[in-house]
Ligand binder design. Structure first.
Ligand code: 4AD
Ligand code: MG
Length: 460
């Protein structure tokens, strides 16, 4: 269809006085004796453009009333004029076509809806200002991530979605199977042999293991794709399907990778401040007062860094009563992470050198024998957004770790080979895209950062 984006006529004042063809959906409308108004949005920007209908031109009242229905889709030809508000433009309609009508059952009527209600209409909520802004930021954020890695010499690699191993070893893998219930199958082994791959298969929880394969030939790589976890926890920060960005870097130790993660976070936030100014201002006003200042501060200041054992001491001395115990050897819970970031550091913090027993098998063992060269990046308001580590590059140590955790050796034979042939120090991390979205938009629930959230008992 011949038309131009509303963004173009708003941003380029040379359109004033010209006749244009535009399309969009009616967001709000007003009717009065001689004129009617419809605010049109076509998704090209947060702002709406007002279309003015002169009733002398649009004599057919039925037709005009259908065009003023909230949610209706219109194509309008008209002259661009300077609007009433500063810098705004409006369109004086000469001709308009109703592309798709709407009616009073359209769920997005004028009142402000709760986020909970909007989650029940995932197919329509993107037509609200909030979700229009969320998904524009998500697109720009993804672009900024690709841009950062591309400009720094990384290759974008595609790790498989169906895998035969559990990277994190947390037993949260969704099964992939083509066989239903079959009472004639006598054992798990028989069932697996009959199944599509002839062995157990699942949806990947992380592209890291394949990422390491690629990094030990290409040097610097990153993955960017969906990952899946059958986590039984119904929290505002956990999704069953989420996107992860996982760089893997050869010839890099834990300090190198912490530097890379810091540069990446700063770079993508700076990009958003520049390219999503209107959206961030909207979130700052409606969802998280001070959001822009917070993000600017992240770009301008150093991230904090604390050893896990010192973090435990900080928590013990906090004077707070936590629900979960604080003890060396126990994992940090959300309440602990939130205290460290929201109250103690008030900025992003890397917690480094976690106890080996609570972390994954692949992490490099520190000389003390009880901790690993691993770090989580925690941020105020969200908690963990990055899980990061130097990988165990020593064949014998890795083999012993896999065995001691009771993992199936044959599943990790190729992975062990990387330590047999030309092993090198290497490190990587995983950034959760939706957690990052929560941080940059102020959305307090992960369900509001992804188009179609998949969480426990929820699949719309
Ligand atoms: O800390 P995780 O489990 O680390 C890994 O998967 C490593 N293999 C990454 C690597 O080193 N290549 O997950 C990484 C990040 C978390 O910090 C969090 O941001 C996100 O993924 N994440 C989730 N996001 C939403 N819902 C969930 N259930 C998530 N689980 C992890
Ligand atoms: Mg983690």
């Amino acid at each position: 269809m011949k038309h131009i984006d509303l963004k173009q006529i708003v941003c380029d004042k040379s359109y004033i006085g010209k006749t244009v063809d535009v399309c969009g959906w009616v967001r709000t409308s007003r009717d009065s004796k001689n004129v009617a108004f419809a605010e049109l949005n076509d998704g090209s920007m947060l702002e709406h453009v007002q279309v003015v209908f002169d009733k002398a031109v649009f004599a057919n009242a039925d037709e005009l009333s259908a065009m003023l229905s909230l949610g209706a889709a219109l194509a309008v030809t008209g002259k661009v004029e300077r609007g009433m508000k500063n810098e705004s433009v409006e369109i004086l309609a000469e001709k308009a076509t109703l592309l798709g009508g709407s009616d009073s059952t359209y769920p997005l009527q004028k009142k402000r809806h709760t986020m909970e209600f909007l989650r029940t209409i995932p197919h329509l909520r993107v037509r609200t200002n909030t979700f229009n802004a969320v998904f524009r930021v998500r697109s720009e954020l993804s672009y900024a991530i690709h841009k950062f890695f591309h400009e720094n010499g990384y290759y974008y690699v595609h790790s498989p979605i169906i895998t035969g191993s559990d990277c994190e070893g947390a037993g949260e893998v969704f099964k992939v199977t083509t066989i239903g219930y079959d009472p004639s199958v006598k054992s798990e082994d028989e069932y697996n042999k009959k199944d599509f791959f002839g062995r157990p298969a699942g949806l990947t929880v992380s592209g890291q293991l394949e990422g390491e394969v690629m990094a030990t030939a290409l040097g610097k790589i990153y993955t960017f794709g969906p990952t899946f976890r059958a986590e039984n926890s119904n929290t505002p920060r956990h999704a069953a399907e989420f996107w992860q960005i996982e760089p893997e870097v050869a010839f890099a130790d834990i300090d190198d990778i912490i530097g890379i993660a810091t540069d990446m976070i700063k770079s993508i936030i700076a990009h958003l401040l520049e390219h999503c100014a209107a959206e961030l201002k909207f979130f700052d006003e409606r969802f998280e007062p001070g959001l822009i200042k917070k993000l600017q501060h992240v770009v301008d200041s150093e991230f904090a860094r604390i050893d896990y054992k010192d973090a435990i001491e900080v928590l013990k001395k906090s004077g707070k009563t936590f629900v979960y115990p604080v003890e060396w050897g126990l994992d940090l819970q959300t309440e602990h992470e939130r205290y460290l970031t929201d109250e103690y550091f008030k900025k992003p913090v890397f917690v480094v050198n976690y106890p080996r027993a609570i972390k994954s098998f692949y992490m490099k063992q520190n000389p003390d024998g009880v901790t690993v060269a691993a770090t989580d990046l925690l941020v105020p308001g969200v908690g963990e957004i990055i899980g990061c580590s130097e990988r165990e590059a020593d064949y014998d140590k890795l083999l012993a770790e896999i065995k001691s955790r009771g993992m199936k050796l044959s599943d990790y034979a190729n992975y062990l080979d990387l330590r047999k042939f030309g092993t090198v120090p290497h490190s990587g991390f995983g950034l959760g895209l939706e957690r990052m979205m929560m941080y940059v938009t102020g959305m307090s629930n992960i369900r509001d950062t992804v188009e179609f959230p998949r969480t426990k008992d929820e699949l719309r």
